[in-house]
Design a protein around this ligand. Structure first.
Ligand SMILES: Cc1ncc(COP(=O)(O)O)c(C=O)c1O
Length: 459
């Protein structure tokens, strides 16, 4: 099997080595295979496709592509079409917004979510608040950054009466790579919760089998799975759960009919009710092509491939020592491959234990043509626990008018502006890890960083 990955690296991903790239940001974005582009372009070159909202021949051709892409999404996730619907969105965030803005939160309802969540999930709390529902966060616990499951069980059980309650967590943390238990879905269902599983960081390298687990709402972004196309995601959702959503408006595409002399509209059935305007119909065939590409390699094989490389990456970081013997790196989250993906958050350390400024890490990475991520990765909750930042610190230190992020980092005494994240994907290989090790060695015995680092623009 490793031969297959080596072959793909030589062919479909030849541009990585041709350009001297060490790409370690697959949780930011997956990479497309060259063959995906060829297949997509051939299809576009060979056909004439009109707006699918019509019935003419070119429209029918486009509709067929949309239907095929929708079927491919459900089939890839083994979702029974009787139970699930695949709604196309601009990205995972678009899918999350659909849920947030339409979930029928009322006063007394609950929105429960893990600290460890992407900001696009955190943002749902604003919809909850506007509609009078209570938001509760379940903390992660350092150093593993997993959830206190006893506390979670208490929160899930602590509901009574007729309410709409929504529980949200990521299947894989985009910060620490932690896999949160999918067993929570049934545990929450047993207490009447709707469950949103953010699968954006999970599905590129893990099997999500919706015949085995039955979350209500699953947002994904396809570029994270196979690089191309950007601008297309999906909300895979249980039909029963979709039926409780209350869309705040209608638009072209979401209705069967609307009138102007009478303020009435009839919603379109199924996915169309949630797809505002025209779907990205020329990009959608690339979703089917990308899913087929992953199927051909096998998601389980991809999982095993990145797990092996992830172990090597963790070993490099765990073994990195200054000449005096002090650790030169610290990993946030699990130190081994148990119940985690190949997304690793860490910081380099100076010999006296201080964190190496992540802006300097960026600079050295660029010198090595390494692409990784620095900052908080849109997941402030995981970072707050990793850096042991207390609620009091945050409440006490307002992000005042005119402050820059650097002012704020100083004001609340943060050790740095964030962490460093390396994440692996199907085109990663052992040579990437070796180049990462050579880069990491640059931080051994590093006493100080230069004083000319650029200001931080955002977390
Ligand atoms: C876990 C998770 N959820 C949601 C998102 C948001 O994805 P997008 O920016 O494609 O909407 C990301 C992106 O990094 C993510 O990692």
């Amino acid at each position: 099997m490793s031969d297959l990955f080596a072959e793909l690296r030589r062919t479909d991903f030849a541009r990585l080595d041709a350009g001297g790239h060490t790409y370690l940001d697959y949780t930011g974005s997956g990479l497309y295979a060259e063959s995906q582009l060829t297949e997509h372009l051939e299809l576009l070159r060979g056909g004439v496709f009109g707006n699918p909202h019509s019935v003419n021949p070119t429209s029918a051709a486009a509709t067929e592509l949309v239907v095929r892409a929708r079927d491919a999404v459900l089939s890839f996730f083994r979702a029974d079409p009787e139970e699930y619907e695949a709604i196309f969105t601009p990205n995972a965030t678009g899918a999350l917004r659909l849920v947030g803005e339409a979930y029928p939160f009322r006063s007394g309802d609950r929105f429960l979510l893990t600290f460890d969540n992407h900001n696009s999930v955190n943002g749902i709390r604003e919809f909850a608040r506007a509609r009078g529902a209570d938001t509760t966060y379940v903390p992660s616990v350092a150093p593993e950054l997993r959830v206190d499951e006893e506390l979670l069980a208490r929160y899930l059980a602590g509901v009574a009466g007729e309410h709409h309650n929504l529980f949200a967590f990521p299947a894989q943390s985009n910060f620490s790579g932690v896999h949160h238990p999918l067993g929570w879905i049934e545990q929450a269902h047993a207490h009447g919760w709707h469950v949103l599983v953010d699968a954006a960081a999970f599905v590129p390298t893990n099997r999500l089998d919706l015949s085995a687990v039955h979350p209500d709402f699953v947002p994904v972004s396809f570029y994270k799975m196979f690089g191309w196309p950007t601008g297309v995601g999906a909300l895979v959702a249980r039909r029963e759960a979709l039926a409780v959503l209350e869309r705040p408006w209608f638009s072209g595409g979401t209705i069967v009919a609307a009138f102007v002399q009478r303020e009435y509209y009839q919603s379109a059935p199924g996915a169309a009710h949630f797809e505002d305007g025209t779907v990205n119909f020329l990009a959608l065939p690339a979703v089917e092509i990308g899913l087929r590409y992953l199927e051909r390699i096998g998601i389980d094989a991809i999982h095993a491939h990145v797990e092996t490389l992830g172990a090597a990456l963790l070993e490099v970081l765990g073994g990195l020592r200054h000449s005096g013997g002090a650790p030169a790196a610290t990993v946030y989250g699990p130190r081994d491959t148990d119940r985690r993906g190949a997304t690793v958050a860490f910081n380099f350390l100076h010999p006296d234990g201080r964190i190496v400024d992540e802006r300097f890490v960026d600079r050295v990475a660029t010198q090595h043509s390494i692409s990784l991520r620095t900052g908080c990765f849109c997941n402030p909750g995981a970072g707050e626990v990793a850096f042991t930042i207390s609620r009091e610190t945050l409440v006490g230190g307002e992000f005042g008018e005119g402050m820059t992020l650097d002012d704020y980092v100083r004001a609340i005494g943060l050790p740095s502006g964030g962490a460093v994240r390396a994440s692996l994907g199907l085109a990663s290989n052992a040579a990437d890890i070796e180049r990462f090790a050579a880069f990491a060695a640059e931080f051994v015995d590093l006493a100080e960083v230069p004083g000319d680092l650029p200001p931080r623009s955002g977390c």
